[in-house]
Design a protein around this ligand. Sequence first.
Ligand code: SF4
Ligand code: SF4
Length: 329
Amino acid sequence: MAGAAGLVFDVQRFAVHDGPGIRTTVFLKGCSLRCQWCHSPESQSSLPEVMYSAAVCIGCGACAAACPRGLMAGGRSGPGQLDRNACQACGRCVAACNAGALVMVGKTARAEEIVARLDRDRMLYAASGGGVTLSGGEPALQPDFAAAVLRGARAHGHHTALETAGNAPWGSLSALLEHTDLVLFDVKHASGDEHLALTGARNEQILANLRRVSAMAGAAGAGAGAGAGAGENGPPRLIVRVPVIPDVNDQPGNIAALAVLLGGLPRVGRVELLPYHNFGVAKYAALGREYRLSSVPSPSRAALKGIAAILMARGLNVSIEGAGLDDPP
Ligand code: SF4
Ligand code: SF4
């Protein structure tokens, strides 16, 4: 759709963890899940929002003077107490902050602008087997914009990947798949009740969508890594990504259930285990939000290998963060 616009909160060049080769990852804002371990809390709201860094703030009070709604008390105590429900994301406080302590997260972008930016890295993609990945947030919640970017990228000869948590209507998700070479589908928990407790939503729609994507996935799915060509226009290949969070979703019962679930899908090119980390903690503070998993450690390599073995026993091809099991972490 020419001229489609969407809300984006980041565009990262030279990404190497979001599909094959060297990629540009476009992060769309807005998600229907609230995963407790999310390391991109700024991705969740579908509206622009202000992030505040107390470590950078010099307490000058310029933000308070600039806000037409009087939402900031000023100084170090101001932005931290920002009434976010009343904030209209006008950006005046951000513009007034010469210290760089305030950042507006979320900007409107047009699909053709994004595609034009991709063209700058054409040679890099060609040399590495890379391309563009849409991530989020949940790209399927902005289906017109996401489809326009994917369609445009393909028309320009770029390999396209879509990272999704799958919690969107099938019509929105399937509209993206026809322009997608590779789907990175996140699966977080096998139990609907646990999924609800951990993410704020049950998983029935997610699993139904996963089965549909798997049923249509390209037969060459096992080779969904390096060398996936652009513009093949066949069905997308499927990689399932499972975040591994100690004592949250790594219990033997859940891993066994995931093994049965994923092993029973028609086609899965690979399962990638994504070890939990708490790199996003500071972002929660910057958004005035509580982080609930601050005491949770990253899983050990041995634990990840144990989980991989259970999945491999079901015939699944498994990697850890995209690398082979015996590669150095
Ligand atoms: S974005 Fe606008 S409304 Fe929100 S706190 Fe800043 S100045 Fe006030
Ligand atoms: S304008 Fe920036 S540096 Fe000054 S008080 Fe506000 S956030 Fe802090």
